[in-house]
Design a protein around this ligand. Structure first.
Ligand code: CA
Length: 224
């Protein structure tokens, strides 16, 4: 038997409408109205996906989403009544898989549910976020979910080192990578860029060193 789609929605009419459409599309659907009922229910039986309203009696959708993400990567689609809320929710990095704004057409909900389920079935069973994500266009590194704003040189250094975790690079290799035009720079330049980079990393990850200096040799990236 397939796991159901769990609809957490305190407007009974809307919940029924979504449930009908999902059933017509071949899904099993279950509804809950109170936020406090969600965790006990999913601990009992993990749904295939959760449609989670933001404003709920008992416990709000944001807190529920955080609770769930502490132990499960079950697909979650957050539902909000305010379009401007979506930006705020994105900023909270809750780990929801998609966001839908009310009023919506039931067809749209079914399409989103299908898309999210398809995506999640294509992924590996656990969707633990990567330690480091790099966004070249914005010179932004996201380390364990936290943003680091970097200079071009710092970004390039981090990108280069992290491409081969554990591999040690000498200062010369790093300089060749950072200054391919063979500009004359002292190898202390690399040290000072690395120092700044490590300082920024320490701000978001004070407990774990990510870039290690290897005495007399150079540097390596190793987030373990
Ligand atoms: Ca509501």
């Amino acid at each position: 038997m397939n796991s159901p789609v769990l609809i957490v929605e305190d407007e009974p009419k809307l919940a029924r409408l979504m449930s009908n459409y999902l059933q017509q599309a071949g899904y099993e659907a279950e509804c809950l109205e109170n936020g406090l009922e969600v965790l006990p229910r999913i601990r009992e039986r993990m749904p295939a996906l959760i449609l989670l309203d933001l404003m709920l009696p008992g416990r709000n959708g944001v807190d529920i989403c955080k609770d769930i993400r502490s132990f499960s990567s079950v697909p979650i689609i957050m539902v909000t009544a305010r379009i401007e809320e979506i930006d705020r929710l994105l900023g909270l990095e809750l780990g929801a898989d998609d966001y839908i704004c009310k009023p919506f057409s039931p067809r749209e909900v079914v399409a989103r549910v299908k898309a999210v389920l398809r995506r999640s079935s294509e992924q590996l069973p656990s969707i633990v976020p990567p330690v480091l994500q790099l966004d070249e266009n914005r010179l932004l590194a996201i380390l364990r979910g936290q943003e680091l704003e970097l200079t071009v040189v710092e970004f390039n250094l981090l990108e280069f080192l992290s491409a081969n975790p554990g591999r040690i690079y000498g200062r010369e290799q790093l300089m060749d990578h950072i200054y391919p035009d063979q500009r004359i720079v002292s190898d202390r330049t690399i040290d000072s860029h690395i120092k700044n980079l490590r300082r920024k990393i320490a701000c978001v990850s004070p407990d774990i060193e990510v870039i290690h200096s290897v005495y007399g040799v150079g540097y390596k990236y190793d987030p373990q």
